[in-house]
Design a protein around this ligand. Structure first.
Ligand code: URA
Length: 205
């Protein structure tokens, strides 16, 4: 459970959400977790088997690899905010459908507004498409773009690197980019939340 009252209230709404058909097959919704003032937010695709069982994001093999990557750049899981484009598991780990992502978009937008991270890292195709429509991950991974006063960087999903070990080096290099982005961001004054509406930006996509 998250400590911040606004995030807690959002979490309660997600846990009881019935806005798309994924609520019919979920065991537990997976709102996401992390500090309300995290500098970095990771946005994955959607809960898998283990996440659906435990109600927590990235707790399976991909999550373990994500934790290793974080440790590699001196961060711990407890310092970052981790969530997904859809908060309930698509049955059989199928891709989330457009209407499911649309129904869930309000929750991600609210999480971004509240946490107001300096850097958003997209993990996988669906979160990448929100910020980099039409892009190919092989072309843009590790490249950052400023959107609504924060940096957004697309990375391979950790599960992809587990299935394709040749991607591991790319993912590790992309985490070094994240390390630099965070230290750059920390040396600059923070943009006030009012002037960096991701909700506005996201509606453009
Ligand atoms: N993959 C995701 O995209 N999200 C999770 O929470 C777990 C695996």
């Amino acid at each position: 459970m998250v400590a911040d009252p606004t995030l807690r209230e959002l979490e309660a709404r997600i846990l009881s959400c019935t806005d798309c058909r994924l609520h019919l097959s979920r065991k537990r919704a997976v709102p996401g977790e992390g500090p309300a003032d995290a500098s970095v937010m990771f946005v994955g695709e959607g809960p898998g088997f283990h996440e659906n069982e435990q109600g927590r994001p990235f707790v399976g093999a991909a999550g373990k690899f994500l934790e290793e990557l974080l440790e590699g750049i001196g961060l711990s899981r407890a310092e970052v905010f981790i969530c997904n484009v859809v908060k309930c598991r698509p049955p059989g780990n199928r891709d989330p459908l457009p209407e499911e992502m649309d129904a869930c978009a309000k929750y991600l937008e609210e999480q971004i507004r509240v946490v107001h991270p300096r850097v958003i890292v997209t993990l996988g195709r669906f979160s990448m498409a929100r910020y980099f429509p039409g892009a190919r991950i092989s072309a843009i991974h590790g490249k950052s773009r400023e959107i609504g006063g924060r940096m957004v960087v697309a990375m391979y999903h950790p599960a992809a690197a587990l299935h394709q070990p040749s991607l591991r080096k790319d993912v590790q290099a992309d985490f070094e980019v994240l390390r630099s982005l965070l230290s750059e961001a920390e040396s600059q004054p923070e943009t006030p939340p009012e002037s960096s509406s991701d909700a506005t930006q996201l509606n453009l996509f």
